[in-house]
Write a protein of this length. Structure first.
Length: 137
């Protein structure tokens, strides 16, 4: 008998429930990270690359003009792994993307950690990927 792969459309989802104060809870059904369709990962990669280029250009201009760049200034902040997560959710579950984006940092962190864990991605690998340090692997 031949080995049958798990097709992306048949793969189990990572279900996450978000309690909403004064309203019904929101359920997000996300594919495991390895099953996200390539067209979505390509779009998120393009967004991330464009954002990094945009921020780099702003930072370079500020540096050339000797303008200080405070860490708290969102205009000069590179995207984080949570920003990338928001982009994935925007493509996968657009109806709940705005709800997720409005959650606190800790709540969004819980989503990211759970999604990674349920996807079978170790915390070390996830953190390494977020800062591109896995280029040496």
């Amino acid at each position: 008998m031949a080995f049958r792969i798990t097709a992306a459309h048949e793969a189990p989802t990572v279900d996450i429930e978000i309690p909403i104060k004064g309203s019904a809870d929101v359920l997000i059904k996300l594919p495991k990270l390895g099953y996200i369709p390539p067209e979505i990962t390509d779009e998120v990669d393009r967004w991330t690359t464009a954002k990094f280029a945009e921020i780099s250009a702003k930072r370079n201009e500020a540096n050339e003009k000797r303008i200080p760049i405070p860490d708290s200034d969102a205009e000069f902040r590179y995207p984080t792994y949570l920003d990338v997560m928001d982009q994935y959710i925007q493509w996968i579950e657009p109806d709940v993307a705005e709800t997720v984006a409005k959650l606190s940092h800790a709540e969004r962190e819980q989503i990211w950690t759970y999604w990674n864990k349920q996807s079978g991605i170790s915390e070390e690998k996830s953190e390494a990927s977020s800062d591109s340090s896995d280029a040496t692997e």
